[in-house]
Design a protein around this ligand. Structure first.
Ligand code: DX5
Ligand code: ZN
Length: 261
């Protein structure tokens, strides 16, 4: 394809990932091939709003069942909230639980690293099969983080807290795959949606359009059936939902209602 070809984007309906694992019973090496539905394809071609369930609010005693139910309900991207007790005042879970969740469904996964040293942990999350690795702009070294995560062969996401003015976004928008706009201060699920998050979605969408960039915009924190429509109107493609998803009676009813926005 030449640089000025009218065919500027190629989307795969499914993306393939291969993992070599040690069979726990026989001890033999196994090659596992996973086909996961592409989020880019769903958003850019099918024009879907993606529901991205955050397992922070799931029932951990039935985690496998929970992620399978989320997938069956039509959710499109698994959201893994990784907290180190330092960047945020809370500790969640790490690569092992994340891997279990990823292997129990065929949704692609995003690791949302709320950690002070994202590059220390990013390789672990690439290894377990995350499609996107998102770090916080507030951790510094934005350019270094972007290139190091790209080298792992995964999509790069950059997260912005509600009080971040996104001033660095114009210079990185062409380099990244995902912008994660926080509509709560990270650390805990179940918080109330902050209006400053809405302003940042609008700002990110404007920056994206001005740069004709392809990256996706996700919003995270306090998203429910009441706050979702304004987030979508502001330009969000992906809605991260913790409590409003996993505490709902019917996961598929949530996905259907979001689809009808
Ligand atoms: C906040 C996390 C969010 C959170 C979303 O630190 O990044 O992903 O789990 O949960 P709700 O939807 O309950 O706000
Ligand atoms: Zn999150």
């Amino acid at each position: 394809m030449s640089f000025d070809s009218p065919l500027r984007s190629v989307y795969f309906v499914f993306e393939q990932s291969v993992r070599v694992v040690n069979n726990r019973i026989s001890g033999e090496l196994e090659i596992r091939v996973y086909f996961r539905r592409s989020v880019e394809y769903l958003v850019c071609v099918m024009k879907r709003i993606i529901v991205s369930p955050s397992i922070l609010a799931a029932d951990f005693g039935r985690l496998g069942e929970e992620v399978r139910a989320a997938e069956a309900a039509g959710a499109g991207l698994l959201h893994l909230d990784i907290m180190d007790g330092h960047f945020v005042p809370n500790i969640s879970f790490g690569p092992r639980i994340s891997r279990f969740a990823i292997e129990n469904c065929t949704m692609p996964a995003e690791a949302h690293l709320m950690v002070t040293e994202p590059l220390r942990w990013a390789p672990e999350f690439a290894k377990i099969g995350c499609r996107y690795i998102t770090f916080h702009e507030e951790t510094g070294n934005v350019h270094e983080n972007i290139s190091a995560i790209k080298e792992l062969g995964v999509g790069v996401g950059v997260a912005f807290n509600p009080d971040n003015d996104l001033s660095v976004l114009p210079e990185i928008i062409g380099e990244i795959d995902l912008v994660l706009i926080m509509s709560v201060f990270p650390g805990f699920g179940g918080q109330e949606f902050l209006e400053s998050g809405l302003k940042n979605i609008e700002k990110a969408d404007l920056i994206r359009r001005q740069a004709s960039a392809k990256c996706l915009i996700a919003v995270d924190g306090g998203i429910d059936l009441k706050t979702a429509p304004s987030a979508v109107a502001a330009g969000a493609d992906i809605l991260v939902m913790g409590s409003a998803f996993f505490h709902a009676e019917s996961y598929s009813a949530v996905v259907k209602q979001i689809a009808s926005i």
